[in-house]
Design a protein around this ligand. Structure first.
Ligand code: GLU
Length: 375
């Protein structure tokens, strides 16, 4: 039975919050930045910062603002043009936030990231350290994708996902996705609480993509799923609603609340499970799947049935059971080539095959992030 107090509990105990602001919130239909709305949001952020919240903003709108600055009228099509448009719009966007925050004695700090920054563990940790330091300075980090350098393979292309990963990186308690609708609608009514992102919910989120931004309700659900899987909460609300942020945190039932799906996932496991794209896949047998899932064991060569590479030692791979259900994601101690040779073998045989005295686990349990059981 859903707990009606869960929303209040999460909101009253939240301290670190990621607020994602969509392109349509900060730009007007002609693509120009909407100064009054940015000022109002900045005021709300100032208020929350003064109350002791650590707020990290992920703001879209660089491309939107660039369209306005360059008087293009419509979103350009080519990647280079889009990147150039973002390069023009990003400083305008950050200036506007900075100017709005400075009226109240705070400053904006710009952080531009690509997917590669999340996948590289050292950079990932360095971003976390930098943001913690910015919070100590009582500044407001304002994150966006580094659109001018991000190419397809290293691009999120969508700040909903970037914001969800930022929430996980920071181990923030809550992700608030601000858009221009009141939340998720189902049969003409606002869904107040989502406990499980199932087929019904996904159907309600028929992907309506906006004119200037890239996301839609479907990617917002994906973002909410990423955060709730890690054991935190998410909210989708209307960024144009007066005083939306303080009102949400005061427990007003605005927007759609996504309750945590389970216990809080450890930080390293979040990175393994959610930030890194797997380089390959291991299909393991039923016995091994049970040992991993139920007893928290490490994966041994004997349990590996199929290897889909290529991948190198130290890469992150997906682990599935024979039916293709996800068991988890983890750091592998062998290359795909080595694993092809030792899969299905007992540890001694595997050592002989590789001419080693001893062999390691294929994936150590500390380096394996198990998928939630419902998947
Ligand atoms: N990074 C893009 C921008 O600032 C936005 C991507 C998105 O719409 O989510 O314009």
């Amino acid at each position: 039975m859903p707990d009606p107090h869960q929303r209040t509990q999460v909101l009253t105990s939240a301290r670190s919050i990621v607020v994602k602001i969509g392109t349509n919130v900060v730009t007007r239909p002609d693509g120009r930045l909407d100064k009054p709305i940015v000022r109002r949001l900045a005021e709300q952020i100032v208020l929350l910062t003064r109350r002791g919240f650590d707020i990290t903003v992920v703001s879209s709108g660089a491309i939107g603002a660039g369209i306005g600055q360059l008087r293009l009228g419509v979103k350009p099509k080519s990647i280079a043009m889009l990147q150039a448009t973002a390069a023009v719009g990003q400083p305008a966007l950050i200036n506007l936030f900075n100017e709005a925050l400075r009226r109240h004695g705070l400053q904006a700090a710009q952080i531009l990231l690509t997917r590669a920054d999340f996948e590289d563990r050292r950079r990932y940790l360095s971003v976390r350290g930098t943001i913690a330091a910015l919070h100590q300075f009582a500044t407001v980090p304002i994150v966006n994708e580094n659109d001018t350098v991000a190419v397809d393979e290293i691009r999120y292309g969508d700040n909903d996902i970037l914001a969800a990963l930022m929430c996980n990186l920071l181990r923030a308690d809550l992700l608030i996705l601000l858009t221009v609708v009141d939340g998720l609608m189902q049969n003409g009514e606002l869904v107040q609480t989502v406990h499980r992102i199932d087929r019904n919910i996904r159907q309600a989120a028929t992907a309506v993509t906006s004119a200037l931004g890239t996301g839609g309700m479907a990617t917002k659900l994906q973002a909410a799923k990423t955060v709730t899987q890690a054991g935190e909460a998410a909210l989708i609300a209307n960024g144009r609603t007066r005083n939306v942020l303080p009102r949400l945190l005061a427990g007003e039932t605005l927007g759609t609340f996504f309750a945590p799906a389970g216990r809080r996932m450890a930080s390293r496991k979040r990175w393994l499970a959610l930030a890194v794209r797997p380089a390959g896949q291991l299909v393991i047998d039923q016995g091994a799947a049970a040992a991993l899932r139920e007893s928290g064991k490490s994966l041994l060569p004997v349990g590996v049935a199929r290897v889909k590479g290529p991948f190198a030692r130290g890469d992150v791979v997906r682990v599935t059971d024979p039916k293709g259900r996800l068991v988890g994601q983890g750091l592998v101690n062998y290359s795909s080539k080595e694993l092809q040779r030792i899969k299905g073998l007992h540890t001694n045989q595997a050592a002989d095959k590789l001419h080693r005295k001893r062999v390691d686990e294929v994936i150590h349990c500390d380096n394996l992030a198990l998928a939630p059981r419902s998947d």
